[in-house]
Design a protein around this ligand. Structure first.
Ligand code: IFM
Length: 460
């Protein structure tokens, strides 16, 4: 195939690659790491594909020097990784585990020696199980302990890690975790999922305060806003888009960037907006502290159609019963995740965020973008993942278009450096630009790795 053209980015634009602790580290029971909710959940029958767990994953805990060598050869300016809270505080509270701190010390030092800026995410879904046993994100204590843990990490690594992300995709933690039960801890609850959403935001606020107190350079949060498209032009489907936007996007972005919860006609969400006992005076001030950047993870648009509530009695409805349903995006390619590929929606989403919040929207880093494909290891030993290359080229061009329309985007992190544990879908879905053979742990850079490497080199 002919390689797609490289979009041009301004000088200083950050090119990176991203991963997350539970998806790559393995060594789940080593050096004093405590269990996380994902260790527990992945062992429940039928919750992950083939019963896969993150016990070994990419064995990055032992192979990180090899992975950093791949990053160095790729030429990225920054690497986004996450810190496993249960490695640092195995019980979620109490003394820090020196071996856990030592691992991230070594990782950061090796990155810096390779000329790569570390970007650390404090929470990519691996809540210490001990905290889940005390209520998890349903209770305020987890938010407070998250702030303490942020302080521990900032004191330890703040001199060497310039970019800090508090939470990754809190929508998934709250709603996949506590409303529909597709992620750990697997709860299918109503209002407690709304409390979890609120406590995640409060936890973010405590972490921002702790990171600021240690004087770290940049603080942000990573969200996964949806671009919701109405299935038809009907008023009912357009109203469904408003509900989907509220539930998926505004519940995060309005408190963070406008210091309010969104006004909505949506009965389920009214619960969140009205005075709940989990909300306290001053929470919104804590949550809306200014940030240096917002991380945006974007993969695909979502088509929504009006649908009846599944539960007729409002008192019995859960937070996942939102009077809309997702439908197929017709006529476009779908990735191995079944996700529609419509790169122009990436531009639309970023421009819409900028329009809604104006200058209150901080500069943006794209902290994840990429695609799972049906990769094949060819007889020549290579992975010719042309569809992933095209996906990346088209999304980078769409990103560039958003910048041309005035969105201040400072960086782009491909998801992911490595094939890894794709949560409930186990190891079946491959997002890496480097193939991982999970039997031998051999790493093979794919065509997309080589393409991205050339794109980065073209900007030097
Ligand atoms: O693998 C995940 C990642 O952990 C969070 N964002 C989406 C990715 C692909 O599903």
């Amino acid at each position: 195939m002919n390689s797609p053209a490289f979009p041009a980015f301004p000088e200083g634009f950050v090119f990176g690659a991203a991963t997350a602790a539970y998806q790559i580290e393995g060594a789940a029971a080593e050096d004093g790491r405590g269990p996380s909710v994902w260790d527990t959940y992945s062992r429940l029958p039928g919750r992950t594909a083939h019963g896969h767990t993150g016990d070994v994953a990419c064995d990055h805990y032992h192979r990180y020097p090899e992975d950093i060598a791949l990053l160095k050869d790729l030429g990225v300016t920054s690497y986004r990784f996450s810190i496993a809270w249960p490695r640092i505080r195995p019980q979620g509270s109490g003394p820090a585990n020196p071996a856990g701190l030592g691992f991230y010390d070594r990782l950061v030092d090796e990155l810096l020696a390779a000329g790569i800026e570390p970007a650390a995410t404090l929470y990519h879904w691996d809540l210490p199980q001990a905290l889940e046993d005390r209520g998890g994100w349903r209770v305020r204590e987890s938010a407070e302990l998250f702030g303490e843990y942020a302080g521990i990490m900032a004191r330890r690594l703040g001199d060497r890690v310039p970019r800090w992300i508090t939470l990754n995709e809190p929508w998934c933690s709250a709603f996949l975790g506590y409303a529909v039960g597709r992620h750990a801890p697997g709860a299918r609850e109503g209002t407690p999922a709304l409390a979890a959403a609120h406590h995640l935001l409060v936890g973010h606020g405590h972490a921002v305060s702790a990171l600021r107190a240690e004087g770290v350079r940049e603080v942000g949060i990573t969200l996964n806003p949806d671009w919701n498209v109405a299935a038809t032009g009907s008023d009912a489907d357009r109203a469904a888009v408003v509900r989907a936007d509220t539930q998926h996007n505004l519940v995060w972005t309005d408190p963070l960037f406008a210091g309010v919860y969104p006004a909505t006609e949506h009965e389920t969400w009214q619960e969140l907006i009205e005075n709940q006992d989990f909300r306290r005076e001053g929470d919104l001030d804590l949550i809306s502290q200014p940030l240096d950047f917002v991380g945006v993870n974007y993969y695909r648009p979502t088509v929504v159609a009006d649908a009846p509530y599944r539960e007729a009695d409002p008192a019995l409805r859960t937070a996942s019963d939102n009077r809309y349903r997702e439908v197929e995006y017709p006529g476009v390619r779908h990735t191995a995740m079944g996700w529609p590929v419509v790169p122009g929606t990436f531009t639309q989403l970023l421009v819409a965020m900028r329009q809604r919040y104006g200058d209150r929207l901080p500069p943006v880093h794209i902290t994840e973008n990429g695609s799972a494909e049906h990769d094949v290891l060819s007889p020549d030993g290579q992975v010719h993942d042309a569809s992933r290359v095209q996906y990346l080229a088209d999304h980078l061009a769409a990103l560039r278009a958003a910048m041309d329309e005035g969105v201040d985007v400072r960086g782009y992190y491909v998801w992911s450096l490595l094939d890894n544990f794709e949560w409930a879908l186990g190891y079946d879905k491959r997002f890496g630009i480097v193939r991982v053979d999970f039997e031998t742990q051999a790493r093979t850079p794919k065509a997309s790795y080589h393409w991205y490497r050339e794109l980065i080199a073209a900007h030097r």
